[in-house]
Design a protein around this ligand. Sequence first.
Ligand code: PEP
Ligand code: MG
Length: 589
Amino acid sequence: MNLVDTTTEHVVEGIGVAPGIAIGPAYLYARAAFEIEDRRIASENLEGELVRFEQAVSRSERDLRKIAAVAREKLGESSADIFVAQALMLRDAAFYEAVVEHIRSDRMSADYAAHVVMSHHRQLLEAGESEYLRERANDMLDLQDRVVRHLRRGKILSTIDAESIVVAESLTAADIVLFSQRAILGTALDYGGATSHVSLMARALGLPAIVGMHGVTEQVASGDMLVLDGLTGRVVINPTEDTLAFYRDRQKRYRQLQKEQKKIVSLPAQTFDGHNVRLMANLEFMEELELVEEYGAEGVGLFRTEVLFLMRKRVSLSEEEQFKAYRRIVESVAPHPTTFRMLDFGGDKMLPLGHREHNPFLGWRGVRVLLDKPEMLHPQLRAIVRASHFGPLRILLPMVTELNEVYAFKERLGTVYEEFAREGLEYDPDIPVGIMVEVPSVAIKATRFAREVDFFSIGTNDLTQYTLAVDRGNDLVADKYQELDPAILQLIRQTVEAAHACGIGVSVCGELAARAVATPILLGLGIDELSASPIYLPEVKRVLRSIRMEEARALADQALQARDAHEVTSLLEVWLREHDCDVASMLEA
Ligand code: PEP
Ligand code: MG
């Protein structure tokens, strides 16, 4: 039941995943749902059914090749790979042969057989606790839809005639690429997460997007006027003239700001008084590689390697498969370094081993799993060491809590070096090894760790949850998840002091590094590198370029004395406003 009067202005909120402001009519997009029944075929129709299936598969391949070509042109090679991979899945024995087998042996219709096989794969993915795997299930649905549509000779309607904001339950990566050929202004979706391919594509295409709107499709009709603000995650349906005027102005300011940010990309990441801070990229997908250069990142400060594994739906990727991926990454990022974080399974990233724990965040996670599972650690280490011959790289260990873990890891790395020397393979024998500082005890004992490793990377996402005892994914306590709590700042300061006393550098790679509001404090605490999703780097750089080290240090000192995170935030907001650096007030002024 819809209790909202949809004819007057009202607002729906979700998660803004691609920034920007779109204003225009809605286009409500719904995939035609096909009823799939358990239909069996007569023996004399068997060959015909197999031909029908083959035709639908080759038509689907043709579609995907076209979409890949568009993605290649607009977004580059690695985005096109998503669709090339989907096309390959169609010919994968696990799909193609399995469908043929059901048609031949069980006399299933091609539609039903494709449905049965795909549903089975989808259910396996959906059973996973990871949002990422559920997204992959969505990709499967797209493939199934495509094949069935061709079997029924249906049309795929990812097209619009006039400039519109596409509102849908969900979109696939293919949908958004096809819409981008037309006049799409932005998109608002009921489902989806920040890590979904559609979010990634929207960001890369520069299309404002909001996901997780829970039921926006029920509140919007095609043709309704909409304002979509990807910065705040808000959609205004049927806005009044005043609201429209407000957002038109905001849109103008945002575009102006974007132009300024483009200029910033090529400027040095340096404070007003010439102190350099390295700005690096956090990456999870191969498709994001192009963004490193586009946003002026000087290397990759965090590559979450577990995501490659989750994408392939397997616990183990062979050494060869991993090597190919790592080599491509280091070659693309060179001459800057790439920081490969060793597999960080456990916690909220489902460990694909069918293993369950009552309290996974305090359980078998990160380096603990790696050291217990040589069959996981060894191929990954070999793949990274092989890739080290093709460009500069660093190794980062997740979830370290004990010095013994560092020693054990280094021993394993030493063994791999020996293997390479014996095998006569080329490699860098001095790969820097660092640890994530994401557990308070490590920050407290930082000096001891600093003597044993080559760099620190502070993971503020986990450091915050472990220091404040607040689950980072629990909505009920979200207001208590305060990365700028003075206790966290104190731990960062201790970590930096210990590192610098031992002559090693410190990076921050948690989400705090992406928040320009925190840049003055991180700088003042002595951080050498900041690593964040590339799209946030220009804003961080703008703040960086406006501040002097002395001011940053004074702000950090003040923040450490503050009562709580709110006081720290107010302190920073005042500074940003006084120095014309506050994006929110620039847009709203
Ligand atoms: C962190 O904990 O801050 C971090 C960067 O790691 P992840 O978010 O992958 O746990
Ligand atoms: Mg972490």
